[in-house]
Write a protein that binds this ligand. Structure first.
Ligand SMILES: [Zn+2]
Length: 265
């Protein structure tokens, strides 16, 4: 553990293998490139679709796809506006609804999105779906999965980058990826760090606003989400990774004027 902290600290301090998060500009550890992670991500996404029941041709499935495509367009516009189009190189967007009672949704590197049917009632409507979609896509655009993957490789002593890690330990590398993007954990969409969550909240508001959804519905969605998860059993890590609900709502409100500048009614 101490060794891990020292390595992460040194890596961060030297900013060796660092990149910047679009929108916020934060420096992040980046031992893994998109060229390396995208093929792995696409392979794992296909596995998830194969192992689960994908809902097709229902109203909800169509809604997830429609919102996804609108958010995708907004992201492409936003990145082009800022000269960051190259960040999206190799993206192969896809939006699927999976039959599962889990309160979960995620976006794997490269724009591979899944919503679980369990989260649909909490979304309530298309705008609610847009809150979740904006947030999850923001995690991918901010390369949070890649950052966590990098930290996971360091923690496991796999310092030679992703290709070397796959060669050394393919199973562990795949597990790291799934954990890094929040797939296959009951915590699902709540399992990122607080820093990642607040970054995704801020960027997500901008994306949903640009896609034509009113970002002002976001605080109410997160209140409903909180009410749902409060009913269940909370593993200890929930408390350390989940943003304090009131802080989250306050931060969303603080970021609202920025997002509203992008809102296209
Ligand atoms: Zn999140």
């Amino acid at each position: 553990m101490l060794k891990k902290i020292i390595i992460l600290f040194l890596a961060g301090w030297l900013c060796y293998a660092c990149s910047s998060v679009p929108v916020t500009g934060r420096k992040q550890l980046s031992l893994v490139s998109n060229e390396e992670i995208l093929p792995l991500s696409y392979g794992q996404y296909q596995e998830v679709l194969k192992e689960n029941k994908v809902v097709r041709n229902t109203e909800n499935a169509e809604m997830v796809r429609r919102v996804g495509q609108r958010i995708q367009k907004a992201v492409e516009e936003y990145m082009a506006m800022n000269g960051w189009t190259d960040h999206l190189a190799g993206y192969e967007w896809e939006f699927n609804l999976i039959e599962s009672e889990q309160l979960n949704a995620w976006c794997m590197p490269g724009g591979k999105v899944a919503f679980y049917t369990g989260i649909m009632p909490v979304c309530e409507n298309e705008e609610g779906v847009a809150v979740v979609m904006g947030h999850e896509v923001a995690h991918a655009i901010a390369n949070h999965g890649r950052e966590r993957m990098s930290e996971g490789l360091v923690a496991n002593g796999l310092l030679g980058g992703l290709s070397a890690a796959i060669g050394q330990n393919p199973t562990l590398t795949q597990e790291l990826l799934m954990q890094s993007v929040g797939v296959g954990t009951q915590l699902g969409m709540l399992s990122f760090s607080r820093q990642h969550e607040s970054e995704a909240d801020r960027i997500g508001l901008i994306f949903m606003a640009m896609a034509g959804y009113n970002p002002e519905v976001a605080p109410d969605f997160w209140k409903r989400m909180e009410a749902q998860s409060a009913g269940g059993e909370r593993p200890p890590e929930f408390l350390s990774t989940h943003p304090h609900p009131e802080t989250r709502i306050d931060d969303l409100k603080k970021n609202m004027p920025e997002a509203l500048q992008y809102y296209k009614k």
